[in-house]
Design a protein around this ligand. Structure first.
Ligand code: SIN
Length: 282
């Protein structure tokens, strides 16, 4: 195995690492891209500071890790379907990403990751928290692991887009689609996912999209998911990133959940997000 030439400094025992000395707006050589990918696989989320990224450079950096992913439920954040502007204005009562979630898991091939860039960052507040789902899986009892083997979660966007998004959209600047042409996307995925790159198992359910357990009654699903959703967010699996203008967060969407905290008070928070395509969860 090659030694990484990057300056990678872990943020916590649960995951996350800051990478120093890399200008992600430059054309990166293959070894550097490989080292960033290795760091992502090891730490689940990597962060960079003081970057200058316009849309084209942001996309070019993301493309080094896979094809860009187009989110089906944002029609309103700009002209470019590959870009989502995540905006919270002073006075907004809600915002995108306000509950613990993994991104866009209702599709058959959920994105492998996302790269979020801080454009207008409040002086305090608006941190993003992440939860490491490898650790969440590892902490389960052998009996629970055995029970989850072979179970599949039902993932849908029905609670976040379409008719149910209308009320939430009134209170937030970035909105999910709620037009008449919107149609639900639904797929099932294994509740215990194996990351093809690391070979490690993680929990793969989230509050935004997992609405049931395939083959179980509503009551059974509710009880099991209730436990798994709360368990995955336990403080010892989490870490927290404080943003500055020019910060970049690149998360592995296969092995983490995240939440954008709403404590931005009188300040605006504006980020640019680009997602990277993934594969069928196994
Ligand atoms: C998201 O959930 O993708 C946005 C996260 C953030 O704004 O911190």
């Amino acid at each position: 195995m090659r030694n990484s030439r990057l300056d990678v400094r872990p943020l916590s025992g649960a995951g996350g690492a800051e990478i120093f000395g890399v200008d992600v707006a430059q054309d990166l050589d293959d070894d550097t891209v490989r080292d960033i990918r290795d760091a992502l696989n090891e730490h689940c989320v990597v962060f960079f500071r003081d970057q200058e990224l316009d849309v084209a450079r942001h996309k070019a950096f993301a493309r080094r890790f896979g094809p860009l992913f187009i989110h089906p439920n944002y029609g309103t954040t700009g002209d470019d379907p590959e870009v989502v502007m995540v905006r919270r204005e002073p006075g907004d009562a809600g915002h995108i990403g306000e509950d613990w979630h993994t991104d866009t898991t209702m599709v058959a091939e959920p994105p492998m990751g996302a790269i979020l860039y801080g454009i207008d960052v409040p002086p305090y507040g608006g941190d993003t928290m992440f939860a490491n789902q490898y650790l969440a899986y590892d902490a389960l009892s052998p009996a629970m692991k055995k029970m989850l083997e072979g179970l599949r979660g039902v993932h849908s966007d029905i609670t976040e887009a379409g008719p149910l998004a209308g009320k939430k959209n009134k209170n937030r600047s970035t909105k999910h689609r709620d037009d008449a042409a919107w149609q639900e996307t639904r797929n099932t995925h294994p509740i215990v996912r194996t990351n093809r790159e690391t070979g490690r198992r993680c929990l793969f359910v989230n509050a935004a999209n997992t609405i049931g357990v395939d083959g179980m009654t509503e009551a059974e699903s509710k009880a099991l998911l209730g436990f798994l959703l709360a368990h995955g967010n336990r403080p010892e699996f989490t870490f927290r990133f404080r943003w500055q203008r020019g910060s970049v967060a690149f998360w592995d969407n296969r092995s983490t959940r995240h939440i954008a905290l709403g404590d931005t008070g009188p300040f605006r928070r504006l980020m640019r997000r680009i997602q990277i395509g993934g594969d069928v969860p196994i």
